[in-house]
Write a new protein. Structure first.
Length: 382
């Protein structure tokens, strides 16, 4: 299935992303035993400090795959039932008929119908993810705000639901995953961060991955530049940020090498059992924050890549930081890519994001990393 890695082609595609406007981009691509790592651009616009491929980075909702794996482990242990109503475990957080109707599975695959709490925690993002009327003030105001997860869950549970429990397409919601974190705490007696760290991160041998408890990123890292659709101009660094607003739903710090290792082991049945992995790979249609329809399993996206087959993984973003990790179904081809600018597209009068040179450059990097098409065809897109 796989083409040998063309290091020159990968380097060219990476540098094209930087030239298109990305301050810094770094990646690891694997094909069998062959590994390529690369970096282009700067970690700090003020000093010109370069990015390197081993930098630690906020990877946003890629965290959800780790959280889902931790829940599946407790299913294996007999402490959680996938199709058990969440109200059996957390009756105070999801009470009454709603708690009886929403199952653990519905939380993991985003078919619960629960609204996302984000517009209520960040009032000036009141229209999120409808972008036309949003403003960025809440990002600055809440840099060091410490949210309690049950406070955020309460906002999401009380809000008007997106659809009935179990309905499809599902609606992507961080409320689901904060509830799963509370479920982990209930059945294991450990803080969710500790449970995921001991049972997933350490089990996978990820030495540069952590769920932070404070606002700082420890170790070498890039600044995280948020543009908020041109409303923050020039983009500002939000690498120091209290991530309690998402907790173990999207706060993970990792490296591109650790991400590839994690997904390689997960798809090999070494983090959860093959039976649990099969459950994770049962997908339903889910509407993402961006309004796109994705095939979503239990913490995993399924991506059908032309000429390459099925890939599994996840993407994610935090304020100013983005990442994507994809692994072929047979585990041989992998890519993990990180960037340090987010929401670079400006909006038109209707609130629709406008095209930007970065869109095409990043898509071209993905094609090269996944080996889509011939080398000649890929160069034609660069």
């Amino acid at each position: 299935m796989n083409d040998p890695l063309d290091h020159a082609e990968l380097n060219a595609a990476l540098h094209n992303v930087h030239r298109a406007g990305m301050p810094g981009v770094f990646a690891e691509v694997r094909d069998g035993e062959e590994v390529w790592r690369g970096a282009a651009g700067v970690a700090d616009l003020a000093t010109g400090r370069p990015v390197t491929a081993d930098m630690r980075h906020r990877v946003g909702s890629i965290t959800k795959t780790f959280t889902a794996a931790a829940v599946l482990q407790q299913v294996e242990n007999g402490l959680v039932g996938l199709d058990t109503p969440i109200g059996r475990y957390l009756p105070r957080l999801v009470p009454g008929e709603l708690g009886d109707a929403i199952t653990v599975r519905m939380l993991i695959n985003h078919t619960s119908g629960l609204a996302d709490y984000l517009p209520y925690a960040y009032p000036s993002l009141k229209a999120f993810p409808s972008l036309a009327d949003t403003t960025p003030e809440s990002l600055d105001d809440n840099r060091l705000t410490r949210f309690h997860p049950t406070e955020l869950i309460g906002m999401g549970v009380a809000a008007r639901p997106a659809h009935r429990p179990g309905g499809t397409p599902g609606t992507y919601s961080n409320t689901n995953y904060l509830l799963l974190c509370q479920l982990l705490e209930k059945v294991t007696g450990l803080a969710a961060e500790q449970c995921i760290t001991e049972n997933v991160i350490e089990r996978a041998g990820l030495t540069d991955t952590e769920l932070p408890l404070g606002p700082e990123i420890d170790g070498p890292h890039a600044q995280h530049y948020e543009a908020w659709f041109g409303m923050i101009d020039p983009p500002r660094d939000f690498s120091v940020f209290d991530m309690s607003w998402v907790g173990p739903a999207a706060s993970l710090i990792s490296t591109v090498a650790d991400l590839n290792r994690f997904f390689r082991l997960l798809l090999a049945g070494e983090i959860v059992t093959p039976l649990s992995l099969a459950q994770m790979q049962r997908t339903v249609p889910v509407v993402s924050f961006e309004g796109k329809l994705v095939d979503y399993g239990l913490g995993l996206h399924r991506n059908q890549v032309p000429d390459r087959g099925t890939f599994w993984g996840h993407d994610g973003s935090a304020w100013g930081a983005g990442a994507i990790s994809m692994t072929s179904a047979d585990g041989t081809r992998q890519m993990s890519i990180a960037v340090n600018l987010q929401r670079w597209n400006r909006l038109d009068a209707s609130g629709k994001p406008q095209p930007h040179p970065l869109d095409g450059a990043i898509a071209a990097l993905h094609r090269v990393a996944l080996g889509v098409g011939s080398a000649e065809d890929r160069r034609g897109h660069l």
